[in-house]
Design a protein around this ligand. Sequence first.
Ligand SMILES: [Cu+2]
Length: 172
Amino acid sequence: MKYTNIVMATLGAGMMIFASAGAMADDIMVKNAWARASAGMAGAGAAFMEIENMGGQNDKLISASSDISAKTELHTHIMDGDIMRMRQVDFIPVPSGSTELRPGGYHVMFMGLKNMLVEGTSFPLTLTFEKAGNIDLTVNVMSPAAKGAMEGMGHKNMEKMNKAHGGKMKHN
Ligand SMILES: [Cu+2]
């Protein structure tokens, strides 16, 4: 009986922690998550999304995980003269309000894709926020020229972007 009580107590504490993390996640809503379909034999991919922080406090996206690739990282793009480079970041700031992860800026990066990303399919992604905890979402794979993807970007930059996610981009 003593053993059973210990197990139940442990389980109870675990459930309380889980419930608490879930409630905090209510302040964060992730919308319109999408990834660009793989072009050719690209071994990397990227996901973009809108993050609504409805709480009054700033949060941070501190990690992402997925089964579709060997590694899932948080990245940003920086312009280095005329060359767009990707750089891994420790976190993506999610201040109170709206944050958009979009081409040319912050994104979730999949390094070492196990399979090509095929238009019309979707895959699960888990985001971990410093305060809100884990959020599971579904990422929709859209065509390489997906709507909104190239907003504000010239054709020249678009080609750079495609190269960036085709694994030819240099990481700093
Ligand atoms: Cu990247």
